[in-house]
Design a binder for this molecule. Structure first.
Ligand code: ADP
Length: 203
């Protein structure tokens, strides 16, 4: 950021809005919440996130699903998979998530989110006004199983060197140490995983 950028930021004031988050939550009839999925590619994040979204919607809860792959077609279309770009990808999605939580929605994010420290930063930021706004869901599927499933054919490409910086193969994945929710997709089917997550949400 240049000195000029900083000076212009100093001239921007935060406008208080008449309608508060509490008001919006009262209208929805539930709290705003971030349900942050993390796991390897092919672990089942998008599939379970979709099932969870449908189960919440059927219970009258206002949801929105932010899918990492979908966002790379628009908001994040200028980003690749270097560590720097992955961090920027996460930063932008966490900002959008924060706004949507503030709007009173239950926001489900489906991104690999490989770095523990960055997930912790997002947790701290989203929980800063009120505890339990951020729920980390670890979709725990071993690399071998993800690679066997290979729903998008990406592991084969990563192994042959066609794709660089692939999580679990040539780029790190740091599993959560204390996720709020843990699902093991080797023993639970999609609906059971979604059901289990649902029971843990502080909405
Ligand atoms: P990600 O979003 O983590 O990259 P996807 O949801 O796109 O993963 O793909 C996961 C694949 O694994 C899908 O083809 C899904 O049908 C399959 N799958 C098999 N068993 C499960 C399960 N128990 N939970 C989630 N996905 C599963």
């Amino acid at each position: 950021m240049t000195t000029r950028d900083i000076q212009s930021l100093e001239n921007i004031r935060w406008h208080r809005t008449e309608v508060s988050r509490k008001d919006r939550e009262t209208l929805h009839g539930h709290r705003g919440l971030a349900v942050w999925f993390t796991g390897l590619s092919g672990s089942g994040k998008s599939t379970i996130a979709n099932a969870l979204c449908a189960q919440l919607h059927a219970r009258g809860i206002s949801t929105y699903l932010l899918d990492g792959d979908n966002l790379r077609h628009g908001l994040n279309s200028d980003l690749g998979f270097s560590m720097e770009d992955r961090e920027e990808n996460m930063r932008r999605v966490s900002e959008v998530t924060g706004l949507m939580v503030d709007a009173g929605l239950v926001v489900i994010t489906s991104l690999i989110s490989p770095l523990r420290q960055q997930r912790e930063q997002i947790r701290t930021k989203l929980n800063r006004d009120e505890a339990n706004r951020f729920v980390e869901v670890f979709v725990d599927t071993p690399l071998e199983v993800c690679e066997q499933r290979d729903p998008k054919g990406l592991y084969a490409k990563a192994r042959s060197g066609e794709i660089e910086d692939f999580t679990g193969i040539s780029s790190p994945f740091e599993p959560p140490l204390h996720p709020e929710v843990h699902v093991d997709t080797t023993v639970m089917d999609v609906d059971t995983c979604a059901q289990h997550i649902l029971t843990k949400l502080p909405v």
